[in-house]
Each structure stands twice: as C-alpha cells, then as structure tokens.
Ligand binder design. Structure first.
Ligand SMILES: Cc1cc2nc3c(=O)[nH]c(=O)nc-3n(C[C@H](O)[C@H](O)[C@H](O)COP(=O)(O)OP(=O)(O)OC[C@H]3O[C@@H](n4cnc5c(N)ncnc54)[C@H](O)[C@@H]3O)c2cc1C
Length: 593
C-alpha cells in the first residue's frame, strides 16, 4: 500500500492561526507575531484529529518551541508560581470564615493527600466545617481525550469517597459543569454561597490546568479569598532537581541518581499525610444540604456500553481501599521477582497500580514508602533487586512529569526535540485502523492492541512494541497512537503516555535512538517465548503450534492462519525499516541550514 506523503504541506503557512478562534495575533507595532506562525505541516495534524481545534490553537512552529527553551516565553508553571508569589501577602491576610473547601481533581483519596490534609488542618484550627467538591466537566474529558473507562472509574471512585467522607461528617458535593471555562467562576460562586474563605487543591501539571490555576489564584485574591495549591502528585516536586550546571535533566539515568539522592537528603518527602479528621460538632447541620447531592452518571459523551461496564467493573474495582490492597498484595507476593518477570506480558509480574496512580486513588509517595519499608535498607537504590527496580520504575512517572513542566510544548502536540516535527509521517487510514483493531498480521502487535481494547490496559513491554510498530514500521504519525492510547487506557496519564510515545517513536526525551527499530518478531520470541500472551488475545491462532505462533504466514502455518481468518502482515518489516530510517534522517536534516 503506498504511503500518502505530505499532500497538503505547502499550502498551510498562509492560514490564520493563534487560538481556537483563529484570530491572527499582532505585535504592538501592528505586524504579526512570527512566533505564532503555525508549523508548516499543521494542517495534517488538524485533519487527522491530532490537534483538537475546538479547544486548542494550530500546531505551533518549531521556532515557538525553541522560544520556550530559550526562556523567551514564560512556562505555565512560572505563571502559577508568579501568581502565588504576587498574592502571598493578600492570601496570608484572608481570615477563615464559615468553611474551608478542598477541590478534588486527580487526587481521589483521603489518605496521604497533601492539599486535603492542609485544608483539614485549617478548618480544624478555626473550628469550621471542611467541605469537599468535585466538578465533572464533559468538555474537559473531551479536550483531554479521557477514555470512557477512565471516566467511569473516577465516577465509581467518587461514590466510595463520598461514603468515607460522610462517615467523617464531611460533605462531598459533586456537580456537572458543562463548559470548562465556567469551572473557576463556579468554584468561586460556590465558596461565596457557603461563606468559604479558603480553597485548597493539589497542582496538576498539564498546561491548561496550570494556566487556569494561575488565573484563579489572582481572581480569588481580588475577591478576598485564598486559593492554596500544593505539590502532591510527584514524590519530588518538578523543578527541584537540576544538574551541576543548573539545567533541568533530559536524560533519565543522571536524573534518577539525583532524584534518589534528593529523597535521601530530604526524607520528609516520603512522610505521608493523615486523612482528614471528623468535622467539628454541628458542622453536619450547617452544611446539611450538601450531603443530599447525588453523584451524576458518567457524562453521555463518555458512557460505556452495559457489557463494557460490567467487564471493566470486575477487572478494575475502584477507590483507595482497593488501591491499598492491590499494592500490599503486590509487595507481599510479587515485588521480589519483579525485575525478572516484569518484561513478560504473559506473566502477571507487575503491580497493575497505574490506574490508581493516574486517578490519584494512591499517592506515589505511599507507593514508594510501602515498597521501601519492605526492604532491609532505607536506601531506595540498595537492598532487594526487585524493590529497587520497582521504585526506579515508579520514578519514571515523576521524571515524565518533570519533563512536562519544563518543556510544556510537549503538551501542545510538539515533540520534545522540535526538529522531529519535520518528519513526513504517513496518515494511511487502513493501516491505522488495522493497528487499532489488532489486525496487522503481526501476532504480538495484534495481541497487545486487543488487550488494550478489552482491558483498557496494556503491558508495558507491549506498549513499547506497538508504539514502535506504529511509528516506524507503519511510519504513522506517533501522535495518532498517543491519542488512541489516551482514548482507551484506564491509566491514561498525559506525561507518562507522551513520554512513552516519545521514547518509542524516538522523538521524545531520552528516547531510543531513531535507528534502533524494534523487530516485532524478535520481541515476540524474546518476551512471549511460548506464545501464551498471543494465544490468549488472538484466539484464532490458538491451535498454531511452536514458533509459528510468532509469524504464522512466514513459518509454515499460513493455511491454518488463513482458515482461521487471521490477516497476512500488512507490511514487510525489512522494507518498512529502511523506509523509516530514510524518513527520520530526512526529517531531522530539514532543520539544518
Ligand atoms: C507508549 C507508552 C505509553 C504509556 N502510557 C502510559 C499512561 O498513559 N499512563 C501510565 O501510567 N503509564 C504509561 N506508560 C508506562 C507503563 O507502560 C505503565 O505505567 C505500566 O505498564 C503500568 O503497569 P503497572 O502498574 O503494572 O506497572 P509496574 O511495572 O508495576 O510499575 C509501577 C508504576 O510505575 C510507573 N511506571 C512504570 N513504568 C513506567 C514508564 N515507562 N513510564 C512512566 N511510569 C512508569 C507507573 O505508575 C506504574 O504503575 C506508557 C508506556 C509506553 C511505552
């Protein structure tokens, strides 16, 4: 099948751009801002659903990405820290009034939740009720491509959270806000309605959220309210680690060494926060109406079919109690063998707690602390190999969030290395569909994609295999795969997903070199030697014996595979490899003078 290359690429530069409203930005002297020019290939990103234009501007130019790197454009985290610094005095002066509010976002737990703990301390000290709120935003789910299975998991978790909070006489008020832009106003209105003076929340590191919170901090201050934000999601807050020359790390290994040393020097980073205490006597009557609220159903745009819901509920019980049990069980039964078993998808050798870290039903701090406490040393990088390795994997999650904060354009559809935007990707629809449906004719790829669709989850080794296959064997724009993952993963987390795709497609931070192209057959033989994983997820190959399972058409089982309706390979790996190498080389070369 021929690859469609750059068909519309030359016509784009003249288009209007800037924000979702297509207003062309002007400099003060009236000329248009060159840093707002879209990337020359931006129309393809738009046509193929990579940039959700309803909410976001065109794909930015490489020059604009470089301007972030050169500190010419403030990073969203800087906008937030400036807002917090500039309002510090005003916020300090705000006296606690009738109530204190904690705003739940991706931190759906009572235990070891920093902002919730701070909110509780403030409310208890003043003897006023603590109120909790969660706002369901269908537009946010759409803009962030949140998978229906993930939304469903959050809604189920809210029911558990509400029950646990009610036992403490703390209400959890849940409301749907149709327009995402209305969230800040609705929160302030809610606070004023209940006489709350303080709003507590944990920081989310994606661009939209940092910018929204920077504005909210200022708006609250201008209304005599205090919005207090905390680092909670990472063990080490983003920005805390830099190399000897003061730069943020872009390579994992030296970053990890510094991360470990930083925690050893600051052991309080692993101190966990107590859950909130019971609201003061009488609080329940004061905020009685809030206890009556029902938790809304999953919004229509993200609703699961009945069959899917049933399957996912059995696979992924929700809430923080389940998270704690799952972690304990893993530490009890599997962590010792983790380094030996973690790469084999047929063995349940990993923790399966990513769903809980993504929804915030478990904190990374608690996860690392519990694993460390089972070791015979307090050092994170010593003692039992399985424990060390597992901790170093959880650290990848911190690493990718640090990357997101320092290179925020990765959250705006740009690769970490901007010049990789110049690769001429394919947008071959039939290849993409075959990949999504697990019908590429490469059994390990198909098994993995079917696992994703069936479980909302895929084993890490297979995520790397299918991501490499899409971006290199099929040469399809890696951002289409990144999007498909977000739309289907129960553990979808922007930073980890983007980081994983960047690694596998060789366009990200600390990636595989682009010339290292996974051979799907060798990966299959090495990591699923008996073909157990393939047989489980591609049942039509169930009767194929021996090594032919990895490549039925190439290893003498063609008639059997054909009869079972299994497709032939859609590309030849060797040819695809050569094509990918040329396309990567040409693309990267394009930024050079
Ligand atoms: C292309 C691609 C996309 C990915 N998308 C996501 C995603 O959307 N959300 C997500 O949580 N992980 C993502 N990962 C990372 C990894 O695949 C999952 O975290 C892991 O498979 C989850 O299973 P587990 O909880 O059993 O992991 P374990 O092996 O038990 O690891 C424990 C925890 O460490 C963290 N972790 C482990 N490996 C990684 C990694 N490579 N990068 C970041 N964190 C890691 C996770 O929080 C995980 O739950 C992606 C990886 C790739 C290659």
């Amino acid at each position: 099948m021929p690859f469609k290359r750059g068909a519309k690429r030359n016509a784009v530069l003249t288009e209007d751009h800037e924000d979702a409203n297509n207003k062309k930005p002007k400099l003060e002297n009236g000329s248009s801002d060159p840093l707002r020019e879209p990337h020359p290939f931006s129309a393809e990103a738009e046509d193929n659903g990579i940039v959700v234009r309803k909410y976001y501007p065109h794909e930015m130019s490489n020059a604009r990405a470089h301007a972030y790197n050169n500190n010419e454009i403030p990073r969203p985290i800087e906008q937030l820290t400036t807002a917090l610094r500039e309002t510090a005095e005003e916020r300090k002066k705000v006296k606690v009034k009738d109530a204190v509010v904690h705003w739940f976002k991706m931190d759906l737990r009572l235990k070891d939740n920093r902002a919730l703990w701070e909110a509780n301390e403030t409310a208890q000290a003043a003897g006023v009720p603590l109120i909790c709120i969660y706002l369901v935003s269908p537009e946010d789910f759409e803009a962030h491509l949140t998978a229906p299975v993930r939304v469903d998991f959050m809604i189920r978790t809210l029911h558990i959270l509400k029950k646990d909070l009610t036992a403490l006489d703390i209400p959890l008020y849940v409301e749907t806000v149709e327009k995402r832009k209305e969230i800040p106003d609705r929160l302030i209105e809610f606070m004023e309605e209940w006489g709350a003076s303080h709003l507590f929340a944990n920081i989310e590191y994606e661009v939209d959220e940092l910018r929204r919170e920077a504005k909210m901090v200022r708006t609250c201050a201008s209304r005599g309210l205090a919005m207090e934000l905390f680092h909670d999601s990472c063990v080490v807050p983003p920005g805390a680690l830099s190399s000897g020359s003061g730069k943020q790390y872009a390579v994992y290994t030296p970053w990890y060494r510094t991360w470990v040393a930083h925690i050893h020097e600051n052991p309080e980073l692993l101190t966990t926060f107590e859950p909130p205490s019971k609201n003061p006597p009488g609080a329940r009557d004061k905020v009685a109406a809030l206890f009556d609220c029902d938790i809304p159903d999953t919004p229509e745009n993200k609703r699961l079919s009945k069959d899917d819901a049933k399957r996912f509920h059995a696979l992924w019980p929700a809430g923080e109690h389940e998270a704690a049990d799952r972690l304990d069980k893993f530490c009890e039964e599997k962590i010792g063998q983790y380094s030996k078993r973690r790469n084999f998808p047929a063995q349940a050798g990993t923790s399966s707690i990513s769903v809980h870290l993504a929804a915030g039903t478990l904190s990374a701090r608690t996860a690392i602390r519990i694993a460390r406490d089972r070791n015979k040393t307090k050092k994170l990088d010593a003692g039992q190999e399985g424990i060390q390795t597992w901790i170093s994997e959880v650290a990848w999650r911190d690493f990718y969030k640090h990357v997101l904060v320092n290179w925020p354009y990765v959250c705006m559809n740009k690769p970490f290395k901007p010049e990789y935007s110049n690769i001429e990707w394919s947008y071959n629809a039939s290849h993409f569909t075959a990949w999504c449906e697990g019908r590429t004719g490469f059994p390990i790829v198909d098994a993995a994609m079917r696992q994703l669709r069936s479980m909302g989850y895929m084993h890490n080794r297979c995520r790397m295999v299918v991501a490499s296959f899409l971006s290199k064997d099929l040469l399809i724009d890696w951002r289409m795969g990144e999007r498909f993952f977000m739309e289907n993963l129960i553990d979808g987390d922007f930073a980890s997903n983007n980081g994983g795709w960047g690694f596998s497609a060789s366009v990200g931070v600390d990636p595989q070199p682009y010339f290292r192209i996974f051979n799907p057959l060798l990966q299959s033989e090495k990591f699923d030697p008996e073909g157990e994983y393939i047989r489980k997820w591609v049942p039509e190959l169930g009767d194929i014996k021996g090594k032919a399972i990895h490549d039925p058409y190439g290893r003498g089982a063609a008639a059997q595979a054909k009869k079972a309706g299994y497709p032939k390979p859609i590309v030849d790996h060797k040819e695809s490899r050569d094509r990918a190498l040329s396309a990567y080389k040409a693309g990267i070369g394009r930024d050079k003078p």
